[in-house]
Write a protein that binds this ligand. Structure first.
Ligand SMILES: NC(=O)c1ccc[n+]([C@@H]2O[C@H](COP(=O)([O-])OP(=O)(O)OC[C@H]3O[C@@H](n4cnc5c(N)ncnc54)[C@H](OP(=O)(O)O)[C@@H]3O)[C@@H](O)[C@H]2O)c1
Length: 328
């Protein structure tokens, strides 16, 4: 009989919409077994996303799938010893019309299949992307969710030319810090908002041209707004756009049902465009972008995986600037 090897993992054991950390459990789990076409990666670093907090709150997960290993992001070593980044989108590009994020059966790691907060993760072979040697495992682990989402929002969905002005709401978030750094490197004029003076200061260090208090009147209207905050910033986002401008939205941390303000949308001919994650090809190009430009993810802190609870608590309290990385 084959020996079952045991690994350490961080799981969602229960759903609790009000106290999400109550469902967070540290568990010993069997190492993954892989179906045909899949492989395993030894995780060297993984990163926390708001997605992991949503899972614990019961958003985007079925209760009968619990307990599930959390985590969408990983960088590590494949079975042949290659350094890789794991693309988190499990989907068929053909079913999505050439784009796996549009596959109606798409899932992210930790939604249907076990995630990356473990010593090993199983993924389809096509989800492995070479890690540039210039990126550390910790930096590379930030790419598959927050940074990939930022890349697609900016360079695919926003349809801007370099020199355009963008507004980034909620400067401290994982996606927001990525948009600021990528946008500045690509030649956009980046304006950011934050509730915190300290985060506004740090947004400027990341490459923002100006930083404003949340809700502040801007010196002029912008070409596009990058939205992940939701109800708390939505009406400011709409008011900040020039006629014909565009909101690219990939998240709604503070609530998902803001007033639509339809008059403003049609009078000013605004566009509201949704964006989620990115394709494997976009992840390859993002990694190359960082390799070529020297831009690096802003990492708030690196914690051993067995101290993941501290990272979750900081994220739930909004006390983060950039990414929280765990090392198994
Ligand atoms: N669609 C996708 O593929 C995708 C991918 C990644 C993330 N997301 C979603 O995007 C959102 C952002 O995720 P994240 O991981 O970047 O980090 P996050 O922890 O959700 O973002 C934190 C930032 O949001 C701002 N914020 C939160 N609550 C706020 C409030 N009530 N008022 C004003 N600002 C508030 C804060 O900005 P300040 O403190 O600076 O004001 C904070 O720095 C999440 O909802 C996540 O689920 C979606």
């Amino acid at each position: 009989m084959a020996t079952v090897r045991i690994m350490f993992a961080v799981t969602a054991a229960r759903i609790d919409a009000d106290n999400p950390l109550d469902g967070l459990e540290f568990a010993e789990r069997p190492e993954p077994t892989v179906p045909e076409g899949w492989t395993t990666v030894t995780v060297k670093a993984t990163a926390l996303n708001h997605h992991d907090v949503w899972t614990l709150r019961g958003v985007g997960i079925r209760e009968d799938r619990l307990p599930i290993i959390l985590g969408c992001d990983a960088a590590g070593v494949d079975e042949d010893g290659n350094e890789v980044i794991v693309h988190s989108v499990i989907g068929d590009p053909e079913r999505g019309g050439g784009d796996e994020t549009l596959d109606p059966k798409r899932s992210l790691l930790s939604e249907s299949y076990d995630g990356t907060f473990a010593q090993k993760v199983a993924v389809p072979r096509r989800n492995l992307v070479p890690k540039p040697a210039s990126l550390s495992f910790e930096e590379a682990a930030c790419l598959p969710t927050a940074w990939l989402t930022a890349y697609r929002m900016l360079f695919d969905k926003a349809q801007l030319q370099p020199g355009s002005t963008i507004l980034v709401q909620g400067a401290g978030g994982g996606v927001a810090t990525a948009v600021i750094a990528l946008g500045a490197a690509a030649g956009y004029r980046v304006w950011a908002t934050s509730r915190s003076a300290d985060k506004r200061e740090r947004a400027l260090e990341l490459g923002a041209d100006q930083a404003f208090e949340s809700g502040a009147r801007l010196p002029e209207r912008v070409d596009a707004v990058m939205e992940t905050v939701g109800e708390a910033t939505w009406s400011h986002s709409l008011k900040s756009l020039r006629p014909g401008g565009r909101i690219v939205v990939s998240g709604a941390t503070s609530g998902q049902v803001p007033p639509a303000d339809q008059n403003r949308v049609f009078f000013l001919q605004l566009s509201v465009v949704g964006s989620t994650m990115g394709t494997r090809d976009q992840l390859v190009r993002l990694a190359r972008f960082l390799d070529v430009t020297g831009v690096r993810p802003r990492i708030d802190r690196v914690l051993p995986l067995n101290q993941a609870r501290d990272g979750f608590a900081a994220m739930a309290a909004g006390e983060v600037f950039g990414k929280i990385v765990f090392t198994p």
